[in-house]
Each structure stands twice: as C-alpha cells, then as structure tokens.
Design a protein around this ligand. Structure first.
Ligand SMILES: Nc1ncnc2c1ncn2[C@@H]1O[C@H](COP(=O)(O)OP(=O)(O)OP(=O)(O)O)[C@@H](O)[C@H]1O
Length: 225
C-alpha cells in the first residue's frame, strides 16, 4: 500500500515533469530542473519497486559485477545524453535483450560533475576531459544507466558497442550504426571486470538497487548441455 502510493506519486510527478517539458519555452536552466524532477521521480519509483521485490542484490553480495566468467557476470552500460536525445535507448535495450542478456538495473540519472569526473578519472589529463564532463552532466538530457548480466557480458558488450571512435567502429555495432563523432558516441560500456565493479558501485551504489531475478525461459538461452 505504502509502496503503491509512492509509485502513484512518482508517476504523477513524472507526468507533471513531462507535461512541463512539453509546454515550456524556458531555456536550459529550466531544462535542468525538469530533468532533475524526472530523475527524482524515477528514483522514487525505483525505491518503491525495490520495496516490492524479493531479492535485491545487496551490499553484502561478494561483488556487484557478479562472478567473472560465469552467467552472473555483470557490466555497466550507459546511454549518454546524445543517445537519449536521438531516441536510441530502446535500440540499445533491444540489442542486449535480443542477444540473451538480462537487465538487472535501470535508471535515469543527471550525474553530478563529481560523479562524471570520478567515472572518467583515467582521462583527467586529456584535453577533451572538461568538455566531456560538461556534456555528460549539464542536464540537457539524462544518462540512462543500466546493468546487464550474462555470460562474457563485459567483453561482448564492448564488442556490441564498437570502437571508441565511431568512424573506426565496424558496421553493425551500435556506434558503427548510429554515430559519426568520437565526442558524441552515444553509449558507454565497462571495459574490464574491475571497471564494471567500480562503475556499478558508482552509479548504482551498494544499497540493493540491482534486482536478482530469473529470466523466464533462460534455459533456452544459456546451456552447455
Ligand atoms: N579524442 C577525443 N575527443 C573527444 N572526446 C573523446 C576523445 N576520445 C575519447 N573521447 C570521449 O571520452 C569517452 C571515454 O573515452 P575512452 O577512451 O575511455 O573510450 P571508451 O572506453 O570507448 O568510451 P566510454 O568510456 O565512453 O565507453 C569516449 O567515449 C568519448 O566520448
């Protein structure tokens, strides 16, 4: 009951935020506020959902990135603001679902500069770092943060995404199909087990925001006989 009214409240807030967006002519500052409202509503809905489910993946799980090399391996995938603006979220989800991977975490986030800088900490010395952080965190669109689970999902996820520079991405990969610029390459995917662990913890925290569930028919997707 408590969770249901929370969910109703959250969806009302989302509808209001979306309506506000549809009718407003206000510039960027207001856009930031609107996306923050959408993100807040999504977070509340997420909390209500987590309240309802049986087995969230909790802080005391051995590893948020699952067990490397097994069907519980997990990766962090994010559709970046340019991908969101261009309506590519469903295409990314479709590709991972079609492949047989399982979605165990999903939310819309307007990341703070601090979160973005931490996420891209290894690029701090690069000339494009400030621009990258600005564009990821300016709130013109959220980042759609996801955690996907399944066999070899970290390496296969990177292969599905394609090379960092879309002009070098193979046709058929996400970047090779939808992007032409390295500064607007639509999507991020963890590049190692250690990165997946760090990034899942950074974006989803350790408080059980990932959901442990069994995909119906999974035996038709994963088996070595
Ligand atoms: N030369 C560049 N100019 C502008 N932006 C760049 C450049 N190189 C990388 N970037 C941006 O920084 C991001 C992180 O770069 P990195 O080298 O870690 O590549 P990646 O691991 O393929 O990308 P991501 O971490 O986003 O999945 C790239 O996705 C891209 O958006």
């Amino acid at each position: 009951m408590f969770a249901r009214s929370f969910t109703r409240l959250a969806s009302r807030q989302t509808v209001q935020a979306v309506k506000a967006r549809a009718f407003s002519t206000a510039p960027r500052a207001a856009a930031n506020a609107r996306w923050t409202a959408v993100a807040a509503a999504t977070a509340v809905a997420g909390a209500a959902y987590a309240y309802n489910v049986q087995t969230p993946i909790q802080a005391n799980s051995k590893s948020l990135a699952g067990v490397k090399g097994t069907e519980t391996e997990r990766t962090f995938i994010a559709v970046k603001p340019d991908g969101v603006h261009r309506g590519l979220v469903h295409k990314v989800i479709e590709r991972f679902e079609n492949r047989g991977y399982k979605l165990v975490g999903l939310k819309a986030v307007v990341p703070s500069r601090q979160l973005t800088e931490e996420h891209y900490a290894d690029l701090k010395s690069k000339p494009f770092f400030k621009g990258l952080v600005d564009y990821m965190s300016n709130g013109e669109a959220p980042v759609i943060a996801m955690v996907w689970e399944g066999p070899d999902v970290i390496k296969q996820g990177r292969a599905m995404i394609g090379a960092t520079n879309p002009l070098q991405s193979a046709p058929g990969t996400i970047r090779g199909e939808y992007c032409v610029s390295v500064g607007r390459n639509a999507i991020h995917g963890s590049d190692s087990f250690e990165s997946a662990e760090k990034e899942i913890s950074l974006w989803f925290g350790k408080a059980g925001e990932l959901i442990d569930w069994k995909r119906s028919g999974s035996e038709w997707v994963i088996s070595n006989n």
